[in-house]
Write a protein that binds this ligand. Structure first.
Ligand SMILES: Nc1ncnc2c1ncn2[C@@H]1O[C@H](COP(=O)(O)OP(=O)(O)OP(=O)(O)O)[C@@H](O)[C@H]1O
Ligand SMILES: [Mg+2]
Length: 497
């Protein structure tokens, strides 16, 4: 099946999110869409999937115009979509989630038994290895995503839209997904694939469309070099290499001793962990997601409930403080999940930019919020971090995925702190923004802060870190130099000493 997007235009107020977009994906073909944060990719896909109405333009399937006014319409004509943020209910099983999706599409009743049979058939056909009775919350992210793909395939999707499917996957899960895409394609499915990772585009795409500020600015083939793709995307040359200066280390700022973290049912998540980070040092914790690294970051902010041991900042114990006190003790925190811990979606961008500082000068004076200072701050940060928005008064939830991340980064990296705890700081960012964030983190390092970097991106870890602690099942398996090879690091992350 082929899908053609013709002259689609979509405005939000004065902002033209999609400007007369023309694109076509042919039968059994993978079309990759590249574009900077806020370029209009998700908006366009939401229109194709019937979640948003276009202002003008049309969609053609196999050359014939179709009317798509809801996801049910999209599914009916063979279009399936996996969203940038998963839409599964964690406490339900795989089969229950899929039946739930079916109800929403109003296509008659699907019994649980029917669903299970169909899930097994699809899972076998595409080698997904999915158990229909597994609880979603017990599945790794990569597997949850396969469930989303199955959900789309349940309705016989012939065109599958994947909006940044690899942003939350481990390198291994990513490779598995790319393989699945090849299998789907070989069986006749067409795929629209959105990603910020140029390597992935080059690995699977048949053609590449680049969108910038709502317009298609180029259609290129996968032999195009990463440098060319990057500059086409952001409209300027991007340095894909990180240039790290040598600097001398200062005294120890963060000292973690014998840290133990347990979950609510008493299970050990992190055991007997000790680490220290000096002024001017980036210590990276590398590991496959789910090995305790998120909990370590959260425990430094006192966001974890069951923790023993010691966490000192400049020689003062901070474990057991309130979150508010943690912030005041000089810690910048870039959380892994900006949606959950980083932003308040219904608050304006300006308000989100002062979330942790609303009670101190210059934002608060004599117990009153100072509107002028808040506006000045927001205007400055939006410019400095290139946050793409029409107005600082817009809600944070209206921002594109990458721009939400930039709001969190702008707020946290603009405070005067001693330590930066950065969990997946470049997740979902375009290459230009990644370059910028890396430069900012290195500037923090140069100004003598201690930086704890938690990242599943091996390239990022190797490029930025002064030392790399590899975590496996809640324990530090070893600390290595950044001159380590990707292969050795990968093996250690898999638990090989
Ligand atoms: N509901 C909305 N109201 C106002 N503006 C919106 C709304 N939805 C999207 N936008 C704006 O439209 C533009 C395009 O956003 P979109 O989410 O399509 O970007 P994207 O290319 O998917 O970016 P990313 O790579 O960060 O996910 C952004 O400037 C965004 O702020
Ligand atoms: Mg998007």
């Amino acid at each position: 099946m082929s899908l053609e997007i013709k002259e689609i235009t979509k405005k939000f107020g004065a902002l033209v999110a999609n400007d007369s977009i023309n694109l076509k994906v042919n039968n059994s073909e993978i079309l990759a869409i590249l574009g900077e944060n806020g370029a209009g990719k998700s908006t366009l896909m939401n229109i194709v999937y019937g979640l948003l109405p276009a202002d003008s333009g049309e969609i053609l399937i196999d050359g014939k115009k179709v009317e798509i006014n809801s996801p049910a319409d999209a599914l009916a004509v063979g279009i399936g979509m996996v969203h940038q943020h998963f839409m599964l209910v964690p406490v339900f099983t795989v089969a229950e989630n899929i039946v739930l999706g079916h109800e929403q599409s109003q296509r008659g009743v699907l019994t649980l038994t029917d669903a299970k049979t169909k899930i097994k058939r699809i899972s076998d056909e595409f080698k997904f290895e999915i158990d229909p009775d597994a609880l979603i919350e017990n599945l790794p992210v990569g597997v949850q995503q396969r469930v989303e793909i199955i959900r789309a395939l349940m309705y016989d999707a012939k065109v599958l839209i994947l909006d940044e499917p690899t942003a939350v996957l481990t390198p291994q899960e990513t490779d598995e997904l790319l393989n699945m895409m090849r299998v789907l394609k070989s069986k006749g499915t067409s795929i629209i694939f959105i990603t910020h990772k140029l390597r992935e585009v080059k690995a699977v795409a048949d053609q590449i469309a680049v969108i910038r500020r709502g317009k298609v600015v180029g259609s290129v083939d996968p032999s195009t070099s990463q440098e060319e793709l990057a500059s086409l995307m952001v409209g300027r040359a991007v340095d894909l290499e990180v240039n790290k200066a040598k600097i001398s280390l200062g005294g120890t700022i963060l000292k973690i001793d014998d840290l133990n973290i347990y979950d609510g049912s008493g299970r050990t998540i992190v055991s007997n962990l000790s680490l220290d980070i000096k002024a001017g040092e980036i210590l990276a914790i590398a590991g496959v997601q789910g090995n305790g690294q998120s909990e370590i970051a959260r425990s430094i902010m006192n966001l974890e409930a069951h923790v023993t041991g010691s966490i000192m900042v400049d020689g003062t114990e901070i474990l057991g403080n309130t979150v508010h006190e943690s912030i005041k003790s000089g810690i910048a925190f870039i959380p892994e999940s900006r949606e959950l811990d980083g932003l308040i979606g219904s608050f304006s961008i300006a308000e989100n930019l002062i979330l942790n500082s609303h009670d101190i000068e210059p934002f608060a004076k004599l117990g009153q919020l100072s509107k002028g200072a808040i506006v000045d701050n927001a205007t400055k940060r939006v410019k400095e971090f290139d946050i793409r928005t029409q107005s600082i008064e817009d809600s944070a939830s209206s921002l594109s995925g990458g721009n939400k991340q930039k709001v969190v980064l702008a707020r946290e990296l603009s405070r005067d702190v001693r330590i930066v705890v950065a969990s997946q700081p470049t997740r979902g960012l375009d290459v230009g923004s990644i370059e910028f964030v890396h430069e900012r983190l290195l500037a923090e390092r140069a100004s003598g802060r201690a930086i704890l970097l938690i990242s599943t991106e091996l390239d990022e870890v190797i490029a930025l870190a002064d030392r790399i602690a590899v975590i496996y099942r809640g324990e530090i398996l070893g600390i290595v130099e950044p001159s380590v090879t990707r292969e050795k690091l990968g093996l250690m992350m898999a638990g090989v000493k």
